[in-house]
Design a protein around this ligand. Structure first.
Ligand SMILES: *Cc1c(COP(=O)(O)O)cnc(C)c1O
Length: 219
């Protein structure tokens, strides 16, 4: 089933949009099936789970971190991940930069935007994104390459559209600023129920879990 699901979605999305398979709770065997069907990037929410999967799969795919990153997990995370999608504070950015400088790595990251402005959710509010990005300019072992957003979860996928539109506008505005060392190349938005809308609104990365791997026991 996983293979058919992957092939179907890959055939549906435009060739310039990248599919990240969101693999939380999935086994390395399930992940490998997705890779064999054409997935090139795996998204992981938990560093521990990623370590186990990475031990089996290694460099057969690229690894994106898409969860909430605790500062005490950064040291391990920067060793595994090719890109961290969820930078949302200066202390987190400083820790990532420090750990990367220790291992001689420059890691690409995205800034997570809390486009729904929900107090309890991760991500920087849209109006604070520019300030955070400017503060990270001196950090030489971290390279900002775009934005990521979750958007609020609704039953109706159409309700996500305004949040994708707002994030895309922010993305375009930041691109125009041409801040030193900052690229606005990747816009990561949309999940199983909203990826089509996200692509219509300019996503270059979609993160899909359920539609590839089936329902999860928990979310
Ligand atoms: C789980 C998850 C997804 C995928 O969600 P589905 O609804 O299973 O497609 C995408 N992005 C993030 C950050 C996630 O945690």
């Amino acid at each position: 089933m996983i293979k058919e699901n992957v092939k179907k979605i890959l055939s549906e999305i435009p060739s310039d949009v990248t599919l990240v398979a969101a693999a939380k709770t999935r086994t390395p065997q399930e992940i490998l099936q997705a890779i064999e069907a054409g997935v090139t990037i795996i998204g992981e929410n938990y560093v521990k789970e990623a370590q186990s999967a990475f031990a089996v799969i290694g460099e057969r795919c690229r690894w994106h971190f898409i969860g909430h990153l605790q500062r005490n997990k950064v040291k391990v995370a920067v060793e595994i991940f090719d890109l961290i999608e969820t930078v949302d504070s200066l202390p987190l950015a400083v820790e990532i930069d420090k750990r990367c400088s220790q291992i001689g790595k420059v890691i690409p990251v995205l800034i997570e935007v809390n486009s729904g402005r929900e107090q309890q959710k991760a991500g920087v509010f849209p109006e604070k994104a520019k300030g955070l990005i400017k503060e990270t300019v001196p950090l030489k072992h971290m390279r900002i390459m775009g934005l990521m957003t979750m958007g609020p979860r609704f039953g109706d996928p159409e309700k996500a559209r305004p949040y994708f539109v707002e994030t895309r506008r922010l993305f375009d505005a930041l691109k125009t600023l041409q801040l030193p060392g900052i690229e606005m190349k990747h816009l990561s938005m949309g999940m199983s129920n909203t990826y089509k809308i996200a692509i219509e609104e300019g996503a270059t990365i979609v993160r899909v879990g359920t539609k590839l791997f089936g329902e999860r026991d928990y979310t």
